[in-house]
Design a protein around this ligand. Structure first.
Ligand code: FE
Ligand code: CA
Length: 524
């Protein structure tokens, strides 16, 4: 049986010079149903195979990862034959591809859903480039990307944005349109890139299918999200650093433990392997990230010259189970367990070693769940999130104490997860407001999750009164743009007043500045 959407064959050589080299081989006939070592060069697609757009990520001073996926029928498994297909790529200094600096071919294999991850090296530092792909006679859209400054360089500025939580059903991605227009050096995604739930009717868009569990389910869900034009525009605008939170796999999971009781851990790990593989396939990540079964190391450090290092963390894969049955609880019982871990021993020692070695002015933890210990219960007593760092009291104190004791320069924590904006002063002991602020935490709201937001939530005022270290709270949708210089870190809280209709304007709701050497954000 032959999928109808592709064909090998007899087409003439492409008019474009850069396609010519790939069209010269006469192909053996393809045998249905088996994957052999033969790389097909002349594939004909009935539909555009580049409907998921292009992306780049994990830049270094001399390279970057270029991503695309061949998927002529994205929502139903991709629509590609079970065969290896050659994909050409080019990198140019200009948008019109007059000055091509590198080109080559790679193989899109069915085992990785015909995704393409090209690790370009040998580029100049601190420079913009444009890239594109071709397969058969089809060409991808053009993406723009850049390399990082040399490790020893002293850049005068970095402009980036961070985002999280883009539930497809509850809102349009208008925020990404605005983000792309900001002409940023870098975009950081802190997780909940997809949501795993079944399709729900009567929202603005609908997930296809039931709750996702199989590899094909996760692939189709990623493809559905990637079909969004605003998201594609943001991916094509600059390189991304991505990490996941829970919904890329399953809500509030901890390591191999489901939030639901009675789920077999082996079966749950098999599902995790599906989720992680599909995540790798759809993100501009390096080969070193390729999952091995249910394990995938996504934590990594990315230095932007001597200006800033991004420690991109994973607070899901290695954590101990949420204490006291998750939810919001007082600080007792397993919250105080000295064996509890948020990062896992290995990632935690990698992080502290990296922070000690860091030679950059700013040291950024790009991670998922809120680090400030926010009390949600007005008045006497306290209720704290068991899923956030507040539920992991010992490792939270250990990390903040480490930042203080070792005088790590200018630590800044970036957080997603909770679909609201916060600015927090981080302290070792949040019960003692007189203590020095050790670091600043910027929590970014969702791109679309939870639908249209509001300037103030019903609980905003009581929460602020209860938690003196929270400097700002806001419940609109959007993202945070940061401008980092050797002297200051400026964070602009960029919001869109609605997401259930298209065309929302961008509003800078509030801006904060952290001065170098002086932790704690001040409103501008
Ligand atoms: Fe979320
Ligand atoms: Ca209280």
């Amino acid at each position: 049986m032959r999928p109808r959407c592709w064909d090998f064959g007899t087409q003439t050589i492409s008019r474009r010079a850069w396609l010519a080299g790939a069209a010269t081989l006469v192909l053996p006939p393809w045998q249905a149903g088996q994957v052999d070592g033969v790389v097909r060069r002349r594939v004909r697609f009935a539909e555009n195979p580049f409907q998921l757009g292009v992306a780049s990520g994990d830049p270094t001073p001399d390279g970057v990862v270029l991503w695309t996926r061949l998927a002529p029928q994205p929502l139903i498994g991709g629509g590609m034959p079970p065969a290896r297909v050659e994909v050409g790529w080019q990198v140019a200094r200009d948008e019109g591809f007059q000055q091509i600096v590198q080109e080559g071919t790679t193989v899109a294999a069915p085992q990785l859903a015909h995704s393409v991850h090209v690790e370009v090296a040998g580029l100049d530092p601190d420079r913009w480039y444009w890239y594109r792909f071709r397969a058969g006679s089809e060409e991808s859209p053009v993406g723009r990307t850049r390399t990082l400054p040399a490790v020893e360089a002293t850049p005068q500025a970095l402009r980036f944005a961070f985002a999280s939580c883009q539930h497809f059903e509850t809102g349009y991605y208008t925020a990404y349109q605005h983000m792309a227009a900001e002409n940023l050096d870098l975009i950081i995604h802190l997780g909940d890139y997809i949501y795993e739930g079944a399709g729900r009717a009567n929202l603005i868009r609908e997930h296809t299918g039931l709750e996702i569990t199989s590899l094909e389910d996760y692939r189709n869900r990623h493809a559905q999200y990637k079909s969004d034009g605003d998201l594609q525009t943001a991916h094509a605008s600059c390189p991304w650093l991505v990490t996941w939170d829970d919904h890329e796999f399953d809500n509030n999971y901890a390591s191999e433990v489901s939030e639901q009781t009675g789920i077999d851990e082996v079966a749950f790990l098999a599902r995790r392997a599906n989720a992680y593989q599909a995540y790798y396939e759809h993100m501009p990540l390096r080969r070193s990230t390729v999952p091995r079964g249910p394990a995938m190391q996504i934590y990594r450090a990315v230095p932007f010259g001597r200006l800033a290092t991004f420690f991109v963390l994973d607070t899901r894969q290695y954590r101990s189970d949420q204490p006291n049955g998750d939810g919001k609880k007082p600080l007792e019982g397993r919250v105080l367990d000295p064996q509890a871990t948020m990062l896992g021993a290995r990632q935690e020692s990698w992080l502290t070693a990296g922070l000690l070695r860091s030679e950059t002015q700013w040291n950024v933890l790009a991670q998922q769940v809120m680090m400030a210990r926010v009390d949600r219960l007005p008045g006497e007593g306290g209720h704290y999130s068991m899923d956030q760092w507040s539920g992991y009291d010992v490792p939270r104190k250990r990390l903040l104490q480490f930042l203080e004791d070792r005088q790590i320069p200018n630590p800044v924590v970036l957080t997603g997860d909770i679909h609201t904006n916060y600015v927090n002063d981080l302290k070792v002991d949040f019960d003692r407001p007189e203590l020095a602020t050790i670091a600043t935490e910027f929590v970014g709201t969702s791109i679309s999750s939870a639908g249209d937001g509001m300037v103030k939530a019903a609980y905003t005022d009581t929460m602020l009164a209860e938690n003196a270290f929270v400097r700002f709270h806001n419940a609109e949708r959007g993202y945070v743009s940061c401008t980092v210089t050797p002297d200051t870190w400026r964070a602009d809280y960029q919001v869109v007043p609605f997401v259930t209709r298209r065309g929302a304007p961008l509003i800078t709701r509030k801006s904060f500045v952290v001065a170098e050497g002086r932790p704690g954000a001040e409103a501008v």
